[in-house]
Ligand binder design. Structure first.
Ligand code: ATP
Length: 255
């Protein structure tokens, strides 16, 4: 089976600093794949390459066999890569429904003129988009908050909404950047369940960067550990937890 995502020998340098040196990994369709490593290991740099914010110095990135290197973020979004950010990028004065609808922006065909004239096709499209978003809000148990402005909701709920918005793009691959940073135990559990539910219902492949080891070990199918921009090990949570190289490079030092 071909991989959903193939990353080969990815290298990134900033001036003299080698942020990544020849990192390779695959993500299969419907797989939850996590990248772990100490601060400064290169995790965010990988995400920034995958979402088109950085151009790698060398290496290949392929989605379903198609080369992505050099494409701008908006083209990557159209091809099926969505991401969340460590810092929320939501519109505080808009409602939950409106924020998540914005995630579908690139899927909407109607023009501004169509909107102004309230054409029948525009009205139908809007109804369909709202129905899709309602389904997504259902997965995240957010249906009751659909008409609530984001600004009044707690941080943990906003984080869920950000994931819902990325999912509204109907991506093939969802990149989740520290989805449970700053969350309490209950919120972490809610987000973990939502992520697993998304995979169950939509079969979306996901790449996760997260420092919460318990969460990562619970929901990942496989993980890759990196250190100083280099690959350390890839395997199941059980394999990674018991790999002496990982314990040495990461877990031993993280405490
Ligand atoms: N835009 C940049 N310019 C210069 N150096 C950078 C840039 N982005 C990252 N780096 C360097 O690349 C290395 C990897 O950083 P990166 O942010 O990818 O690590 P990380 O694993 O995501 O860390 P954290 O867990 O703290 O978020 C670090 O040495 C960092 O200082």
């Amino acid at each position: 089976m071909t991989s959903l995502l193939e990353v080969r020998d990815l290298s990134v340098s900033f001036g003299g600093v080698k942020a990544l040196s020849g990192v390779s990994f695959d993500v299969k369709a419907g797989e939850i794949f996590s990248i772990i490593g100490p601060n400064g290991a290169g995790k965010t740099t990988i995400f920034n390459c995958l979402s088109g914010l950085y151009r790698p110095t060398a290496g290949a990135i392929r989605l379903e066999g198609r080369d992505l290197v050099g494409l701008p973020p908006k083209d990557l979004a159209t091809l099926g890569i969505a991401r969340t950010f460590q810092n929320l990028g939501l519109f505080e004065h808009l409602t939950v429904m409106e924020n998540v609808l914005l995630g579908r922006h690139h899927l909407m065909a109607t023009s501004l003129l169509g909107n102004a004239l309230r054409l029948r096709s525009t009205v139908r499209e809007e109804r369909e988009n709202r129905a899709r978003v309602s389904e997504i809000l259902e997965i995240f148990s957010l249906a009751r908050e659909a008409d609530t402005p984001i600004g009044v909701l707690p941080y943990g709920v906003r984080k869920l909404i950000e994931i819902a918005r990325a999912l509204a793009m109907e991506p093939k691959l969802l990149l989740l950047d520290e989805p449970v940073a700053g969350m309490n135990h209950e919120e972490t559990h809610r987000i973990s369940e939502a992520i697993l539910d998304v995979r169950r219902r939509h079969g979306t492949g996901m790449v996760l960067v997260e420092h919460d080891m318990r969460m990562v070990m619970t929901i990942s199918d496989r993980l890759m550990a990196i250190d100083f921009g280099q690959h350390v090990a890839t395997g199941t949570p059980h394999e990674i937890q018991n790999d002496p190289r990982v314990i040495e490079a990461y877990l031993g030092r993280a405490a």
